[in-house]
Design a protein around this ligand. Structure first.
Ligand code: ATP
Ligand code: MG
Length: 214
């Protein structure tokens, strides 16, 4: 592929990436919310978009199936970042990763007495590092979504999840008790592609950099 392939996930990342793409003269030819196409053309004949699951974005870029991609820090930490260059924090899809427990559960007291906690999460690597650094003993349970349910049905004492407004936690009688880290999405670049196609990729990277807003 002599042009540029960019991997994006539907939803908030796609929506929040539109202004960055526009800064590089790239306008998608279809809306992934209504189109069933997984490869979208753009206003630039040399640029196409591939629509992937958010957690798969680093994999497409790592193997060079896409030259560029946009992925949350949450996803990148779990992936590990092998083969990826991460030149830019795009400051989109911002939220935080946090520990949440049922309202009324005294997390701080449980930690103080050295209790062993069952923690359900999609983010096993990040959770493991967080609790190890704090010296908290945990049994981690891998889930793929709807983490909020786990403490409500006795699967776990706590969850590690992304929080933005807190409305989903509140609706399920959970409270965030500890921040782990702020999360935003990053531009990721296939390292080999950057070497082979720098004259094509660098202007897009520069246009994105110029369009980042706090
Ligand atoms: P899927 O919905 O396919 O299981 P996902 O939940 O990871 O995957 P999205 O909900 O589109 O996919 O989230 C994509 C990225 O957006 C996440 O990896 C994260 O970086 C960020 N994100 C997730 N939830 C929020 C949120 N509530 N507010 C802001 N950004 C978020
Ligand atoms: Mg989601």
């Amino acid at each position: 592929m002599t042009g540029i392939t960019i991997a994006l996930s539907k939803g908030r990342i796609f929506e929040e990436t539109l202004p960055l793409l526009a800064a590089a003269g790239i306008v998608p030819a279809d809306d992934p919310e209504t189109s069933r196409k997984l490869i979208l053309g753009t206003s630039r004949p040399d640029v196409r978009l591939v629509i992937v699951r958010a957690s798969d974005t680093p994999t497409y870029v790592q193997y060079g199936a896409a030259d560029l991609g946009i992925a949350g820090k949450d996803v990148l930490l779990e992936h590990g970042g092998t083969g990826l260059y991460q030149p830019l924090d795009l400051k989109i899809a911002r939220c935080r990763m946090a520990v949440a427990v049922p309202d009324g559960f005294d997390y701080a007291a449980a930690v103080r007495r050295g209790a062993r906690l069952r923690v359900a999460t999609k983010y096993i690597q990040t959770a493991r590092e967080h609790f190890a650094a704090k010296g908290v003993h945990v049994d981690l349970i891998k889930l793929y979504g709807s983490m909020e349910l786990a403490p409500l049905v006795g699967l776990a004492d706590a969850i590690v999840d992304l929080v933005s407004s807190g409305n989903t936690l509140k609706a399920n009688n959970l409270v965030a008790v500890e921040d782990i880290m702020p999360i935003s999405s990053r531009l990721i670049v296939n390292q080999a592609a950057l070497k082979m196609k720098r004259e094509l990729l660098q202007p897009v990277i520069d246009a994105f950099a110029g369009a980042v807003r706090d």
